[in-house]
Design a protein around this ligand. Structure first.
Ligand code: SF4
Ligand code: SF4
Length: 318
């Protein structure tokens, strides 16, 4: 590696390295307090119970306000996005899993890649780094917008222009002071497709998701019974929901990921309704060992299977 790089070249060198590692986008935001509008919106979301049973979403207000609570003296958020869009969707007749869960657990994949990037940043100049991927109480999408990676759509997803929203987000917080990127303005225009397509009407026009209704939250995070009105709208969805991404025009040109670890796990891709219905705890451990689906735990997944309307899968038996 070139240790003689000038400070002014660091940003480009980090971006180049991020792409070389396999990330699809990389941007830079200066660490400072999150604006009141963003912070208040989160507080209101929690106060009105829209975070459903995700109690962890109520915690760590100080860190959410400023990520220096995670890394004192952090100066820059290096925000990255990793494409997980699969080359192939699951057979339409099978119970459906959200696409992000097709391959290996993204936490493991991202952790490795972020670690490589942090190592590179530290090779440029002595500094401290802290990697986060859906594991720390920071507003990841806000920082991705600030870092110029994309904009937050009405479906609340981070959308990268021309690439779409099938991306995992991650951050390297660093004490290194780096030039920042230009935030990207929202590009939803008059579109309301995600709001109209959401089977449970969980999306408000201000990009607020009511997790008490959202199928994704109810089939993954909820540990209790699935509310009846959500159950009635599951369709074939057994784990997560991609509907508000599937209808988004920004995903028309989504390209399959080049990250091998995120390729669909064959044992998950071929799971039929009948097979899921007879799954034992041991089967669950074998099939989902390295998969993000294990988050739902055996009981959670089986609860979801039981909530599906069996008649939708009748043809599979014949
Ligand atoms: S994930 Fe599904 S249920 Fe949740 S907001 Fe999007 S479309 Fe609605
Ligand atoms: S479907 Fe339309 S409104 Fe929803 S996020 Fe995409 S562009 Fe925005």
């Amino acid at each position: 590696m070139d240790t003689n790089l000038e400070h002014s070249d660091w940003q480009e060198a980090i971006r180049k390295k991020a792409l070389e590692i396999g990330f699809s986008a990389c941007g830079f935001a200066s660490v400072q307090d999150v604006p009141d509008a963003i912070f208040d919106h989160w507080q209101d979301w929690v106060a009105t119970g829209k975070h459903a049973s995700m109690g962890y979403m109520e915690q760590h207000a100080a860190i959410r306000r400023n990520p220096q609570g995670l890394l004192p003296n952090a100066r820059t958020v290096v925000s990255v996005a990793l494409n997980y869009y699969p080359a192939q969707s699951m057979p339409a007749e099978n119970p459906r899993f959200a696409r992000y869960a097709y391959g290996a657990d993204y936490h493991d994949v991202m952790r490795r890649m972020l670690g490589n990037l942090a190592q590179f940043i530290q090779s440029l100049s002595p500094c401290e780094c802290r990697c986060c991927c859906d594991t720390a109480p920071i507003f990841e999408r806000y920082w991705a917008v600030q870092a110029g990676i994309g904009f937050r759509g009405r479906n609340s997803q981070l959308i990268i222009p021309q690439q779409g929203s099938y991306f995992f987000l991650g951050e390297v917080l660093t004490t290194l002071d780096l030039p920042t990127s230009q935030p990207i303005a929202q590009q939803c225009g008059e579109c309301r497709k995600c709001i109209d397509a959401c089977p449970v009407r969980a999306i408000s026009p201000d990009a607020t998701i009511d997790a008490r209704r959202c199928i994704s939250c109810q089939t993954i995070e909820n540990r209790e019974e699935i509310p009846t009105e959500v159950k009635q709208r599951l369709g074939r969805r057994v784990y997560g929901c991609d509907t508000c991404q599937e209808v988004c025009p920004h995903n028309r040109n989504a390209k399959p990921t080049a990250i091998e670890a995120l390729a669909p796990l064959p044992q998950l891709h071929t799971l039929t309704y009948e097979r899921l219905r007879t799954l034992t705890p041991t089967d669950f451990s074998c099939i989902f060992a390295g998969s993000a689906v294990k988050r739902a735990k055996y009981n959670g997944l089986m609860r979801n299977v039981e909530a599906l309307d069996a008649s939708l899968f009748e043809q599979q038996k014949t």
